[in-house]
Design a protein around this ligand. Sequence first.
Ligand code: TYD
Length: 190
Amino acid sequence: MFIVFEGIDGTGKSTQVKLLAEAFRAKGREVIVSKEPTDGPHGTRLRESAVSGRLSEQEELDLFHLDRRDHVENLIKPALARGAVVILDRYYFSTMAYQGIRGFDPAEIRRINEKFAPPPDLVFLLEVDLDTALSRIGVRDGQANAFEQRDALQKCHDVFASLQDEFVRRIDAGKTPPEVHEEILQHFDL
Ligand code: TYD
């Protein structure tokens, strides 16, 4: 089973990833938890660029794709092949949103990714209003980084909101973390 969490910064994805992983492990399932950008060489460069100065649009898009190719080949596909539950904090829907707002066509980004990246079984789209997201980012980082400006987040939210796939589950992430976790658990037979 391949599960992805998406949403703008400050929606609490990483907390929910951890809670869901624990729930599967408690039932004896092997769970692989990961995130994008990864801690590999391309992902590390991307994270550094958020602080040290943003790359060109094209360079950034290429790096997210290189990072994802490595992730798919080295971690995601092998884990799924042996029957593990794979839970990701962000995947190609984030590229559609965040690079989409830098001038690329989200539909085209999606086509590129679906040539090499397997589609998930479920996408939990965590939704909060912008002020909640911004205040959470502020509490977490002290200062919003270049990725995390209000206007950009609004536009990313709009791209996520436009996803129409049957595997998307919209979750009200304005509630407390345990409440959000309970809502997510309703989608499984655990
Ligand atoms: P984030 O999940 O916020 O990581 P952390 O909290 O550990 O810093 O991800 C970092 C940023 O990367 C986030 O603002 C969204 C951005 N991003 C893209 O622009 N494109 C992508 O394809 C992905 C996966 C992330």
